[in-house]
Design a protein around this ligand. Structure first.
Ligand SMILES: Nc1nc2c(c(=O)[nH]1)N[C@H]1C(S)=C(S)[C@@H](COP(=O)(O)OP(=O)(O)OC[C@H]3O[C@@H](n4cnc5c(=O)[nH]c(N)nc54)[C@H](O)[C@@H]3O)O[C@H]1N2
Ligand SMILES: Nc1nc2c(c(=O)[nH]1)N[C@H]1C(S)=C(S)[C@@H](COP(=O)(O)OP(=O)(O)OC[C@H]3O[C@@H](n4cnc5c(=O)[nH]c(N)nc54)[C@H](O)[C@@H]3O)O[C@H]1N2
Ligand code: SF4
Ligand SMILES: [Mo]
Length: 836
């Protein structure tokens, strides 16, 4: 057994992990108590990382079409296609689309190749979909893309405004840190979000801003503070549309608490007014002098583990490396540093424009690294068309069959988390090491090394690094150029690190706690804008994330534990809107926009505002026939940042009918054909499929070969089939109903691959002496259901901590604590009602 200190694979909190390697591909994960980002805590995704390090579905060899190829051939082909394109159509016919899930070293290498050697800035990143608006706001206000606070300011704040952030689900360890501040110093928490999320439920005040109403709201707050004599007088056009009580409560809190941090995330950035939202927030802090001191400042939180690192090394098409822009002096200094033979001369295409250029043939060679644009780009149908038309698509990924990889002529196997080595920068500018736990599987290589090989095959000098440390030293040395141009980003003291120093490098902050102190900062006047309303699409479509899934599910989708939180993609809709569209909770419904349509399972909930619906972004062709959130948003972007407006699109909803519903358990992955709908989720030892179809049910197609037992339950309109293998174990089951309810899947899913149960039990989908129904799983770490939590409440547990002591729920990673709090609140409300 070996212990390795590394950093979590997922979000921008950047939690430190102590990984105990227990076998060839197995690992026990614990939080690193010494890491300043998390002090030992991890959320559900980090805690269950060990379930995603197996080799199932991995891309382990270079592939040309469906043929396995050697590295030399694959690199030769990629370099050859690139060279042909550059020679025949110029450097701008080549593009790279990269990702905040690359390490800084990978990102640095990709950016150097494109901007200094291919001679085009056509390299953009999925951070365009994520952080571009915050980057633009920082550049406009601070002259550099710098986050002016650290996590410690959250500990020391008296008021925290969370704008467009479902922190409890998407940055759970930050959420726990905020809750600790509330505990320690009574910090007030405000959530500004059109939806009543689990985060909003925990707040002191939920401000249900209308979609994209943030600029108006922050301008109105600023005017109110000027009126109170608390802010420098500047005219700011504001309008908020909130009830006067809610606005007054918010304004009073803001007025009363100078130590205020405003955290903003995708509800701010992913908007056609994203940059203006960022500046409206920063303006309030600047005008009130609430910046550059403990416990105060605007805080754009990053999403991906290395979104920040990518920004440092110039992953965005409109930046050079090291926070530099495209002035003549900057271009020439970067060119000198790289000894670049063919330096680009200006910004390249931003993601949405880049895929337009692929679509219309201006870009003929596209290399996609560590991102899945066929799923995650807006108007994904258009993006798929673009990929299908492109002459050469190269995909570097860790998974063999992503939706994007289907369009690739060449697939290159990259090292995954747990195998790769390098650095990431988190939301607070803290650089940490990711360290390898396992040997490289198959022929997989690190992304920087693959890029280096292609560069060398093209005859370029300056890519013969032999380790991640080599690349890091070069990047650190290059920050001398940013310093020369007056930037804060400065890693020059690390340029001479030895390999051993790099291996042992402890997490560190660049820029210190308040890097903007003493530097020039600017108010940027911004005004609210409105989008036109189309009567054919009367509802507003909002999209976002689930607590236990990561993006396009290529990795979290493999975890049976994480699947329990939400097994299917849901359309969340207010009861009034559901009633007008004749849509019933638990059935299927379609969301239709001008760009596309997709079907979801319906969840009717008052947490959703009237006139607004919400769907997740996670599901792909690999996981479901419907639930494809990204077929829906259009291509409109923020004019300054180029970031898509993912959170506010016009739509309508309509019911989806089917003759029958079913669930299917199998050990293997299938793609059921010709159904109205299907989706799959991981269970121990296999997959649980939810199905809906018309006409006859073809059990022979759905079930694998084997001894079959069957029962027909006329009373419930149900047909039940189980397949038993030679050893007597359950290898598949299919339960179909035309009119009634299907039984709970929990117990029977647990029987897959095991042989303990009697046949009548399998056909009943429950044991002969049923255990009490635990209800939907709330605590995934301990497998505790809602009914068990309610039982604890009934037995006297009055707080989340007491529930934990009674049944263990919420005592491991803590990601489910907001859900437990909600159950307790509902239970208390029911009791009060019953008593009246
Ligand atoms: N579990 C999980 N965690 C993740 C990720 C994941 O995939 N899964 N991804 C990571 C990444 S890359 C990112 S970028 C972050 C994203 O983290 P978040 O930004 O917290 O996540 P989202 O769910 O995209 O959106 C946040 C909220 O914005 C709200 N919103 C929508 N429109 C508006 C508006 O007009 N104004 C305001 N004020 N709010 C609005 C939505 O209702 C939603 O609740 O999460 C990171 N962490
Ligand atoms: N509707 C809607 N759409 C959205 C959003 C939204 O809120 N709403 N959010 C947007 C945001 S903020 C983001 S960040 C994007 C995320 O969208 P994507 O970047 O497309 O999402 P991922 O599924 O994380 O894709 C990462 C890919 O890289 C692979 N991978 C993992 N590690 C490595 C590695 O080390 N090397 C290589 N080469 N590959 C690797 C994974 O298998 C996976 O295929 O989605 C955006 N799309
Ligand atoms: S909050 Fe969760 S997903 Fe994010 S870095 Fe920490 S453990 Fe990983
Ligand atoms: Mo993101």
């Amino acid at each position: 057994m070996r212990e390795v200190r590394t950093t979590c694979a997922y979000c921008g909190v950047g939690c430190g992990i102590r990984a105990e390697v227990t076998g060839e591909r197995s690992v026990t994960i614990r939080g690193d108590a010494e890491h300043p980002a998390n002090f030992g805590k991890l959320c559900s995704k980090g805690t269950h990382l060990g379930e995603t390090v197996g080799l199932d579905g991995r891309l382990l060899h270079p592939m040309i079409g469906e043929r396995r190829a050697g590295w030399d051939e694959a690199i030769g082909l990629v370099a050859g296609k690139m060279r042909d394109c550059i020679e025949q159509h110029g450097p701008d016919s080549v593009a790279l689309y990269v990702s905040g899930q690359l390490l800084t070293e990978d990102y640095y290498a990709a950016n150097k190749l494109m901007k200094g050697f291919v001679g085009s800035a056509n390299i953009d990143t999925n951070s365009r979909l994520c952080m571009a608006s915050a980057v633009a706001a920082h550049n406009r206000a601070f002259g550099e893309d710098v986050v002016p606070v650290t996590y410690q300011d959250l500990d020391e704040a008296d008021l925290i405004l969370l704008v467009g952030s479902n922190t409890a689900w998407c940055h759970p360890v930050i959420w726990q840190r905020i809750e600790a501040a509330r505990e320690a110093r009574g910090t007030k928490i405000v959530v500004i979000d059109p939806r009543r999320t689990e985060t909003a439920e925990q707040a002191d005040l939920h401000v249900p801003v209308k979609p994209d109403g943030d600029v108006g709201l922050f301008n109105a707050l600023l005017s109110d503070m000027v009126r109170r004599g608390l802010a420098d007088p500047i005219p700011a056009m504001g309008e908020h549309g909130l009830s006067p009580d809610v606005f007054a409560a918010l304004a009073d809190l803001v007025a009363a608490h100078p130590r205020m941090v405003t955290v903003f995330s995708m509800g701010a950035n992913q908007s056609v007014a994203g940059s203006d939202k960022g500046n409206a927030i920063i303006n309030l802090h600047l005008a009130m002098g609430r910046i550059n001191a403990p416990g105060m400042g605007p805080f754009s939180m990053t999403g991906q583990p290395n979104a920040m690192g990518g920004r440092e090394v110039g992953g965005l098409a409109n930046m050079l490396a090291c926070h530099l822009g495209f002035s003549e002096a900057e271009i020439s200094d970067v060119s000198d540093f790289w000894q670049a033979p063919r330096m680009c001369s200006g910004p390249g295409l931003k993601a949405v424009d880049l895929f337009r250029a692929v679509h219309d043939g201006r870009v003929k060679f596209l290399w996609v690294m560590a991102t899945n644009p066929a799923v995650s780009m807006p108007d994904a149908g258009f993006v798929r068309e673009a990929l299908a038309r492109c002459e050469t698509v190269v995909v570097s990924d860790v998974i063999a069959d992503t939706d994007t990889a289907k369009f690739a002529q060449v697939r290159l196997p990259a090292l995954a988390w747990g195998e790769k080595d390098g650095t990431v920068t988190n939301s607070e500018r803290r650089i940490s090491r990711q360290r390898a736990l396992f040997d490289a599987p198959g022929e997989a290589r690190s992304d920087w090394a693959i890029i280096g090989e292609v560069a060398k095959a093209l005859g370029f000098a300056g890519f013969d690094w032999t380790s991640a440390a080599d690349v890091f030293r070069e990047y650190a040395a290059m920050t001398a150029v940013s310093v020369k141009h007056g930037k804060v980003l400065d890693l020059t003291d690390r340029a001479g690190l030895s390999d051993a120093d790099y291996d042992a490098m402890e997490p560190f902050l660049w820029g210190g706690r308040h890097p903007m102190a003493g530097r020039a900062m600017a108010l940027v006047p911004v005004e609210p804008r409105t989008r036109a309303v189309d009567p054919a699409f009367p509802l507003r479509l909002n999209t976002g994330r689930y607590r236990d899934q990561w993006h396009t599910m290529t990795r979290t989708g493999l975890s049976p534990t994480l699947a329990q939180h939400r097994r299917e993609p849901l359309l969340e809709v207010h009861p009034d809107d559901a009633a007008s569209a004749r849509i019933i909770d638990g059935t299927l419904a379609r969301v239709v926009t001008a760009s596309g349509a997709s079907a979801f399972r319906v969840l009717v909930t008052e947490a959703q505002g009237r006139g607004q619906v919400f769907v997740p972004m996670h599901w792909s062709d690999a996981m479901a026939s419907g639930g494809r959130g990204n077929l829906l948003p259009d291509q409109s972007v923020d004019p300054v940042s180029g970031q898509p407006g993912f959170k506010n699109n016009a739509c309508r909803i309509e019911p989806v009918a089917s003759d029958w519903r079913a669930f299917l358990l199998r050990k293997d992955v299938i793609v059921p054909d010709g159904l109205v709908w299907w989706s799959r989720s991981a269970v121990a030892g296999g997959w649980l499929y939810e199905l809906a179809g018309d006409g006859a049910v073809d059990a022979d197609v759905l079930l694998p070969a084997g001894e079959r037992i069957e029962a027909v339950d006329m009373a419930r309109g149900m047909r039940r089939l189980a397949v038993i293998d030679g050893a007597g174990a359950l290898s598949a089951a299919l339960f179909v109903t035309r009119t009634g309810q299907l039984p709970s899947r929990d117990w029977i899913a647990g029987q897959l691959g095991t042989s303990g149960a009697a046949l009548p039990e399998l056909l009943a989908a429950r044991p002969s002496t049923p255990a009490p129904d635990r209800g939907p799983v709330v605590c995934v770490c301990h497998g505790i259901g809602a009914n068990q939590i309610l039982a604890a409440a009934e037995a006297g547990a009055g707080s989340v901590a007491e529930v934990g002591r009674a049944c263990g729920a919420g005592t491991n990673c803590g990601s489910c604590r907001p859900a437990i709090a909600r159950l307790l609140r509902e239970w208390n409300a029911d009791m009060t009602e019953a008593a009246q």
